[in-house]
Design a protein. Structure first.
Length: 115
């Protein structure tokens, strides 16, 4: 099976999407994740591709963290975010990205412990 077919089977919400749209993201996932598309990595990569598709389709938008707000004469300030916060905001914008972070973070912790 192809990654596009696997994605449609794993997440029925993408079953009506055309393969060309899905394959556009399939070609870039290695830039985000360095593993091979096999066995345990399959779930990680499917969540990553689903996240990228959702973000690119306008289905999610990360909001900056407001640090202060004034209503009279309208004023608002935003916190400058660190790289790790930006990463969490980007992947935290969708349920797929949240799963991707969880799967990759727990694996990294496991590897560090057992190595």
């Amino acid at each position: 099976m192809s990654l596009a077919s696997d994605l449609k089977q794993r997440y029925p919400e993408f079953s009506t999407w055309d393969n060309a749209t899905i394959n556009a993201q399939v070609s870039v996932w290695p830039c985000y994740f360095g593993g091979q598309y096999s066995d345990c990595n399959r779930e990680i990569i499917l969540n990553l591709v689903a996240h990228l598709l959702t973000v690119d389709s306008g289905g999610a938008a990360a909001m900056p963290t407001a640090t202060s707000r004034t209503v009279g004469s309208v004023s608002e300030s935003y916190a400058q975010q660190s790289d790790s916060t930006n990463l969490a905001a980007f992947f935290g914008a969708t349920k797929y990205g949240q799963r991707y972070l969880f799967l990759t973070q727990t694996r990294a912790a496991g590897r560090a412990f057992f190595v």
